[in-house]
Design a protein around this ligand. Structure first.
Ligand code: GLN
Length: 499
């Protein structure tokens, strides 16, 4: 019989990446295909007057924001249940199955079952998304300098899935020959591929992600697990109602953050070990800053999409291209190319002992964010008299913002796994994504603040308004970066030996 892998066996891997990382990479790639595929068609489907939900554009946008916020907010809950009852592996399986069910339900009759299916996608993603990242963290020993590079590679997988999913689902959904059902069906099929990949490779994870309740008798454990599954399914009507009525999203967002914060304080106090408590506080500081980062970054799905649609020439390095395609794909493409490269650079720097620590990486992330928004602002100086400006400058800004993302987002996943005690690692990863939920939410408000209240405003006026907004964001991002770097000695103290 094959010997069961131990944690030691896994963590003592040779080379740059553990082989299990490639498996998790694939599983997450398929999951993100499903998620971004669904997300890519969401607004267009809701606003489709004939075959979709016939919502006015404004409502479709609001609902899009609400669904995004819910999806990421539920990762906090999914993380807690994984820590306390299911373990990451079972959580992932359950989440994946629920996501598949959600997409199949919509595919059966998009107009009829959309909200029910989306509700399932929200619950499913909550159980899936944080926990796969936590498993990546467990492939590494404490202090292993290869961890950030591993998350860099994993992040490329995320973006390959995101890019393919967005392209395939939008193509299928908007094509005359196929239609919305095919878009959602393809998301379901791909998620099934992800789960099959996971089932075929999960043995290689050894004890990683096993149930935290292995010390209980099997029947007791099973009862607890069933309670979680049933509880999750019972929450369907509640989430369903909250999504249907966008007003409830506000109440939900006002309450989930403070509640999560209180729960975090409770667990931090309960931790009882001053060293671990300090690390949790450091993790919390990273989470807070990430809200600001995502609020700015997520302009890509909102104001930058409108800016691309209205104010850009269709010419990139003398090729004719729709600026919306650039807006939707350039970030993922840049991540796929540069994330592994940056990971290798971090590794090489670690070998020479000159790798910046995480606080400085975050600070650098904000400086890139500031530079990118300065470039978005600067596009106005290339505009013609009709208010249209350079797609080249816009794309360059996307390259810069991507470097900001790479200095913060995969590094953020990594630092959550470094700073969290094992018993809270799912919750903390969920907390990290909850910050994204707030970022998304704030991004919508910021974008709305920048757009002209007058539907018939000229392109020149729109350009002025957006670019002025981007200039402001550049300044705030710069301030955030400077503050982070300034407080880095304090945060590093809280982090202790963690880099
Ligand atoms: N694009 C990344 C992903 O899908 C990060 C998302 C986020 O944290 N907002 O995982």
């Amino acid at each position: 019989m094959e010997k069961e892998l131990t944690l030691e066996d896994i963590q003592n891997f040779k080379g740059k990446y553990p082989k299990q990382l490639w498996f998790l990479f694939l599983v997450e790639m398929w999951e993100r295909f499903c998620f971004y595929g669904m997300r890519g068609v969401l607004t267009i489907f809701m606003a489709d007057q004939i075959l979709g939900l016939s919502l006015p554009d404004k409502d479709a946008n609001l609902k899009y924001g609400a669904i995004q916020a819910f999806v990421y907010a539920f990762t906090f809950i999914g993380g807690i249940f994984a820590d306390k009852f299911l373990g990451f592996k079972k959580s992932l399986l359950f989440g994946g199955l629920v996501m598949i069910a959600g997409n199949i339900i919509i595919a059966v009759s998009p107009q009829e079952f959309f909200y029910l299916g989306i509700t399932l996608s929200i619950i499913g993603t909550g159980f899936f998304k944080p926990n796969i990242s936590s498993m990546v963290g467990e492939l590494y020993k404490e202090g292993d300098p290869r961890r950030d590079a591993g998350f860099g590679l994993f992040y490329s997988g995320i973006n390959i899935g995101a890019l393919l999913g967005g392209a395939v689902c939008v193509y299928l959904g908007t094509s005359k020959d196929y239609g919305w059902s095919y878009a959602f069906l393809s998301a379901a099929i791909v998620m099934a591929l992800g789960l099959i990949t996971f089932l075929l490779t999960r043995k290689s994870l050894g004890p990683i992600g096993n149930s935290p309740l292995l010390n209980l008798p099997a029947n007791k454990r099973l009862t607890k697990e069933i309670i979680v599954y049933v509880g999750a399914l019972l929450s369907i009507p509640l989430i369903f109602i909250m999504i249907k009525n966008t007003d409830y999203t506000d109440y939900f967002m006002y309450s989930i953050g403070p509640l999560a914060f209180l729960y975090f304080i409770y667990e931090t106090i309960k931790e009882n070990d001053a060293k671990a408590q300090k690390k949790l506080i450091a993790a919390f500081i990273f989470i807070l800053f990430s809200i600001i980062f995502w609020a700015f970054f997520e302009q890509s799905g909102g104001s930058l999409a409108l800016f691309a649609q209205d104010n850009l020439h269709h010419n990139l390095l003398s090729f004719e291209i729709n600026p919306n395609i650039v807006n939707n794909t350039s970030n993922s493409l840049f991540v796929i190319i540069f994330s592994p490269i940056l990971g290798l650079i971090w590794l090489a720097m670690a070998r020479k002992k000159i790798e910046p620590n995480t606080v400085i990486k975050f600070g650098i992330g904000f400086l890139f964010l500031a530079a990118a928004f300065y470039l978005f602002y600067y596009t106005k100086f290339f505009s013609d008299e009709t208010g249209k400006t350079s797609l080249n400058a816009f794309t360059l800004a996307y390259l810069v913002i991507t470097f900001g993302e790479l200095a913060l987002s995969p590094i953020g996943l990594s630092i959550m796994t470094k700073l969290s005690p094992k018993r809270l690692s799912g919750m903390m990863m969920g907390f990290w994504f909850l910050a994204s939920a707030y970022g998304q939410y704030a991004a919508g408000l910021l974008g709305a603040g920048m757009s002209s209240p007058d539907e018939n405003a000229t392109l020149v006026t729109k350009l002025e308004l957006y670019t002025d907004g981007y200039q402001q964001l550049a300044i705030y991002a710069l301030i955030a970066g400077i503050v982070l770097i300034a407080i880095s000695p304090l945060v590093r103290k809280l982090m202790q030996e963690v880099k």
